[in-house]
Design a protein around this ligand. Sequence first.
Ligand code: WT7
Length: 646
Amino acid sequence: MSKLYPVKPEFAAKARITADDYARLYAESVDDPEGFWARIGRRLDWARAPTRIKNVSFDAKDLYIRWYEDGLLNVAANCLDRHLDRRGDKTAIIFEGDDPNESRRLSYRELHAEVCKFANTLKHLGVAKGDRVAIYLPMIPEAAVAMLACARIGAVHSVVFGGFSPDSLAGRIADSQCKLVVTADEGVRGGRKIPLKANVDTALERPGTSSVETVVVVRRTGSAVPMQSPRDRYWHVLMDGQSADCPAEPMEAEHPLFILYTSGSTGKPKGVLHTSGGYLVYTSYTHECVFDLREDDVYWCTADVGWVTGHSYVVYGPLANGATTLMFDGVPNYPDVSRFWQVIDKHQVTLFYTAPTAIRALMREGEAPVRKCSRASLRLLGTVGEPINPEAWEWYYRVVGDERCPIVDTWWQTETGGILITPLPGAIAAKPGSATLPFFGVKPAVVDTSGAVQEGACEGNLVITDSWPGQMRTVYGDHQRFIETYFSTYPGNYFTGDGVRRDEDGYYWITGRVDDVINVSGHRIGTAEVESALVAHPKVAEAAVVGCPHEIKGQGIYAYVTLVVGESGSEELRKELVAWVRKEIGPIATPDYLQWAPALPKTRSGKIMRRILRKIGENQPDQLGDISTLADPSVVRSLVEERLIK
Ligand code: WT7
């Protein structure tokens, strides 16, 4: 039995949405989606109010997804202009640099002026509605300015995470034929410089990138970088003298807002396309409900704008809601491992949203670096990106939140645009490790591999049976791939690619990507389950589990274990951990191999790269594939050397 954390009465008393509200609104949202989303859609300012709310077909032969299709709106005007009367002087963006001495604030009025000036700059450079603009920037306010300026003139942005290599950048630029790239001279993370402009130069030497006419360079570090005339232009020079008057042109609700590339299980990254009206309704509404947003909140989501979380819950959702959003250009352990908590105290952050991997990394450092900061301003904590193991949840709750702040474990994907399964903090009791219940309008179903829908408490693959406004509309330039990837496995349903368990209370427990599920002697074991068990051991800091070939069982369990600081791997401890897992889950979950891992290979966004671990566990170290997105490639070399199956 998992532990239940009921909603605290003090929190519920002031919450936007209570348990009764949730039951009533959820029922309304699925019984009458048109009526529900018509009403919620009115939270935005429309230049022409929509009358056709939902027009969707999940039929693979004729698949289309349209929301609010006859409505007209401008996304930037909704994030800026409409707040000016009431919130002109309110802080829109708090910027906290890598260097703890660097921070600044932009009011809604200032942000509006910057966005208008950059929108005029884009027009001046020949960028028009529908053109694609690549944004390859650090976590600086200019990133948000560039995104919103695109939205203002109807250009489609494609943000590429600053940690991606020149080749990855080139591939993305080529796929969507960007006309312009916005970058910076250099980025700075954890005191280290990142040669962004040099990467752009290299990328633009690659075939397929000749669509790029202009590179706009933000001065971030001030280092001299080669500027190629007439292609390369400095942001500050272009902005100088631009008018801060740029009328927001109304766009069709289904006008593309952005493309964001994401990796699938096969092939090159897909350009996930999101559009304007439905996306903004969905991200703003989820942001308000899930974080129980209030006017005076200071909201901090630690994600980079290079990922969907940065789009939906650093920029669009919060700004559409007139919130104060913090952009952090640093890392959790620089200058030291108290940084998150120092930033929370410095800016009096009330709502904090981060990833389980960060929590586990900080948990490894013990409680002292947290306890030495006050954190009294916090009132709610959130997580996203991967299943959170109950131990990390409990630590987050007990140590970071002082048992005072509810935690929202939010499940969603690049493809979903916004949060789909999550607790609402004043309405839904939490169970550590469960994303709990669907958000309004979201109809999850659990299917078995044949596609049969399961009822009650069950386990299977997670599909969503009907559309929601924030859903991706297509794979840019490849609608067929969109249909094949998401709508052909379980016809008539959106397939998430995730495995899930639904418990007796109807709570959803994401078990991880289905491609990570291990089949041991015909029993399915979620890698997350075994990892969670391992991490529950006091000597384990982090663990990753993959399937490996096993003569008798079909697949065996291969575990990589990182120990807490001060512990070292011994044969005795190995046996102890194997016995521990047997005890925690049962004999079928017994790890067949347990390799000590000084560190786990992670992407720069902090995701463990299980694909690589699977290959090492399968003794195929020559088939690791692309390791260019790894934060630290040397981690892989030592794991390969020490692998247990040779
Ligand atoms: C995959 C989507 C959503 C923004 C960041 C990741 C996993 C995400 C959770 C969660 C368990 C989660 C799923 C999903 N995931 N959030 N709260 N609990 N798993 O976006 O890169 O598109 O990854 O992340 O496996 O499919 P993404």
